[in-house]
Design a protein around this ligand. Structure first.
Ligand code: PLP
Length: 405
């Protein structure tokens, strides 16, 4: 007996064909409806005998854990950041560091579930379009599952570490003329013709795994609900997944209120933030997205409408930060907390800093910033913004001269 149904998020129709990515009735977005009856009357502690990570929360996952394709994803640290909080004028701020997932980003949480589902279906080839991290993650899970993998990347726009990972795990890497949105359109055509099983975040199974970041934060805070969770928004699946996790926890009676979900976009790539500013429930795509934060350089976010729902129904907020603010927050995390994140991830901290200075976030709020990916993915963005190494002759005098300068 299956514990879930796939339904249309727009019209509510049941969707039986596992290969379609939009509703055959109305063209709407798909979502998974979990049957959580068994969890009612249970408590979070009932799951704690299992190791922390995505599969601890198996009753909330639409795949039988017996069939899981796992590389021990999730279980990432939640840092209480005293120096950073002080710098930002906060009493209590936390960083959930998703860069410590197996391939270095939160994408692994969704991919373990997505690829497990593809395996249940008997798919031989999986594929995705990606700004980098999705392909790195899919390539790893396809390797683990023994499946073929095709990744469609916008040519010349993918950070070095991410490209290296996709190649290293043995995926076929197609470098597509155009930007991410073009690469995704091509991957979707291939999926429509059943040449591959598509694992972009339009796939309703991936956000199900991504819900686990919220379950973990709640466990790590011992179910003391934070006032606000801040995260970067690109294709907008992650903020939706966090919201979906909250609705499910409320449904089983484990929480009775929700943190304000706060999305941060890069100024040059901000369709969701623009929609929020005009109080709209839909967004206008941005044809030429630009930002140093390549993981959120997305003009036509697949889950943009779902993200807006998540933000409005939790009393949240959405704003933009500049590339300079992103880099400055990235460096602050390194210098104050010893945490190295990629630029897109630093957007959450840059957003906290901005909203704090604008008085939208209060000093005594308990805030969690989700830092989505590892800085080592994109060493160029780091080296270009740090002072270069200092030339030193092989002598104590010269070394001393440099240290005291
Ligand atoms: C994918 C990704 C994002 C954006 O997440 P969405 O679900 O597309 O909004 C942000 N940061 C990193 C590091 C990512 O890999």
């Amino acid at each position: 007996m299956s514990n879930h149904r796939v339904v249309c998020w727009d019209c509510g129709a049941d969707v039986a064909d596992p290969y379609v990515n939009v509703c055959p009735e109305c063209g709407g977005l798909l979502t998974v409806k979990m049957d959580l009856e068994e969890l009612k009357g249970k408590r979070p502690a009932d799951l704690r005998s299992r190791p922390i990570g995505v599969w601890r929360y198996y009753p909330f996952m639409p795949v039988d854990p017996e069939h899981k394709v796992s590389i021990q994803e999730g279980g990432t640290p939640l840092y209480r950041t005293d120096a950073l909080a002080k710098e930002l004028g906060m009493k209590e701020a936390y960083v959930k560091f998703e860069g410590l997932n197996p391939t270095g980003s939160f994408k692994d949480r969704g991919m373990t579930v997505g690829v497990s589902h593809a395996k249940e279906l008997g798919a031989g080839t999986v594929g995705c379009a990606s700004t980098g991290n999705t392909s790195a993650s899919l390539a790893a899970y396809a390797a683990k599952a023994g499946m073929k993998c095709a990744v469609f990347l916008p040519s010349g726009k993918v950070a070095m570490g991410k490209l290296a990972q996709a190649l290293f795990f043995g995926a076929k890497v197609l470098s597509v003329d155009g930007n991410f949105d073009d690469a995704l359109a091509l991957a979707r055509k291939m999926a429509d013709e059943r040449k591959l099983y598509l694992l972009n975040s339009i796939n309703p199974y991936r956000p199900e795994g991504q819900k686990s970041v919220l379950f973990e934060i709640m466990d790590q805070l011992d179910y003391c609900i934070p006032d606000r969770i801040i995260l970067p928004v690109g294709n907008a699946a992650n903020i939706w997944a966090v919201y979906k996790a909250l609705t499910e926890l409320r449904e089983v009676g484990w929480i009775d209120r929700m943190p304000r979900l706060t999305g941060i976009q890069a100024e040059g790539s901000a369709p969701v933030a623009s929609a929020f500013r005009s109080k709209s429930e839909d967004f206008v795509p941005e044809p030429n997205p630009e930002t140093i934060a390549t993981a959120i350089r997305i003009g036509n976010p697949v889950s943009g409408r779902k993200a807006l729902r998540a933000i409005y129904s939790t009393g949240g907020f959405c704003t933009t930060v500049t590339d300079e603010e992103i880099i400055s927050a990235q460096q602050l995390l390194g210098r104050k907390e010893g945490v190295c994140v990629e630029p897109a991830s630093a957007a959450s901290v840059a957003g906290l800093r901005k909203l704090r200075s604008e008085g939208i976030i209060q000093e005594d709020e308990r805030v969690v910033c989700i830092c989505t990916g590892n800085g080592l993915k994109d060493p160029d963005s780091i080296i270009n913004n740090c002072a270069p190494p200092v030339r030193c002759r092989n002598s104590v005098e010269d070394a001393e001269r440099i240290l005291s300068s």
